[in-house]
Design a protein around this ligand. Structure first.
Ligand code: BMA
Length: 341
């Protein structure tokens, strides 16, 4: 077994369950036995919570949750938990303000990510900007949330911020797209000195040759810094006669030049198999948006949306998953390049 290290803080209370006896020994990721951790109708006026992001906060846990309201419109709700498994949600939507202190209420908001860089927590999500694009806000205390201007032109989805600056710059992955159920899409990297002006865009990786990710891909959880590079859990999509299937894939990006893909797993790490992944508002979706990980033990808890209806939890260890990705790596020429073109 390799000696891969997570570079980051210890999180001794990371949610965890050892690999169950009946799990397939050749799969590096296993599911929590009490999945889904968030069931239907989790709060008043909210029919489903899924595709959500959580992180450690003051010895406990906090999260931003995609709540599909009973009027069908998605919005973001704050949630808190002592164990990162049982969650209490705030009744009201997150109250954003703009820089001038005026209320800012997006028409809709979905697929939030939550990332701490230095002493600030950033939320990134998908919202309307004359079409689907990326919204950003920051907070220091989870009481006041200040909107930052839209980083990218429409259409764009799946923006994921890196948890630290690289060479002095904030880095964000995103997936430019179209206005609908995009039948294409690659992951790009953009950088910024101030979280407001973004540029130096680089291509990171395209949809894969493998069938499970041959339609489109999108960044998932914020990359985890490891001694082998940035460990990225992302989603890969394939098409069937009954619609798309979303699986979870894994890649390792270069630490200093993250547009270079060092390793990329040719097979999925997790794909819809359980009832809560195969059955729901949108069948056959596993959609990772966050991890909680412990640098001391190498334990990683992956939070993923299941069937656009539930939140699921899965586990792996950094050395196991990195060894698996390396063993089954298939990088293409465009993965290996810096991606300026
Ligand atoms: C994508 C996004 C996700 C969703 C997925 C499957 O386009 O909208 O929020 O989980 O489709 O429906």
């Amino acid at each position: 077994m390799s000696e891969v290290k997570i570079i980051g803080a210890p999180v001794p209370n990371v949610p965890w369950q050892e690999r169950p006896e009946n799990s397939k020994p050749w799969m590096p990721v296993w599911r929590y036995s009490d999945n889904p951790i968030i069931e239907r109708n989790p709060a008043e006026g909210v029919a489903r919570i899924f595709n959500s992001a959580v992180m450690p906060y003051k010895g406990e846990f906090i999260g931003v949750f995609r709540g599909e309201q009973t009027n069908g419109i998605p919005y973001i709700y704050l949630g808190r938990s002592k164990d990162a498994i049982h969650w209490d949600f705030e009744k009201d939507k997150i109250p954003f303000k703009d820089k001038e202190g005026n209320d800012f209420m997006p028409k809709y908001a979905y697929d939030p990510r939550l990332v701490k860089v230095e002493d600030t927590y950033y939320m990134i999500w998908c919202q309307d900007f004359y079409g689907a694009s990326i919204g950003v806000a920051k907070t220091q205390d989870f009481e006041t949330f200040t909107r930052i201007e839209n980083p990218f032109l429409p259409f764009n989805r799946n923006a994921v911020l890196f948890p630290r600056k690289v060479n002095g710059k904030f880095l964000m992955l995103s997936r430019p797209s179209d206005s609908g159920h995009t039948p294409f899409g690659d992951i790009f990297l953009s950088e910024s000195v101030d979280m407001e002006y973004w540029g130096r865009h680089r291509h990171v990786m395209g949809k894969g040759n493998e069938w499970w990710q041959n339609v489109k891909i999108g960044g998932g959880a914020a990359p985890i810094e490891t001694s082998e590079g940035w460990l990225l859990f992302y989603h890969g999509v394939t098409g069937t006669c009954n619609g798309y299937v979303y699986s979870i894939g894994g890649a390792i990006l270069d630490l200093e030049e993250p547009s270079v893909v060092k390793y990329r797993c040719d097979r999925f790490l997790l794909t819809p198999e359980e009832w809560y992944e195969e059955r729901g508002f949108v069948a056959n979706v596993t959609f990772p948006c966050a991890t909680i990980h412990d640098a001391e033990s190498g334990k990683i808890a992956i939070y993923y949306g299941a069937a656009d209806t539930y939140v699921g939890l899965a586990f792996t260890k950094v050395d196991e998953v990195v060894a698996f990705i390396k063993e089954h790596s298939a990088v293409t020429e465009t993965d290996k390049e810096i991606g300026i073109r």
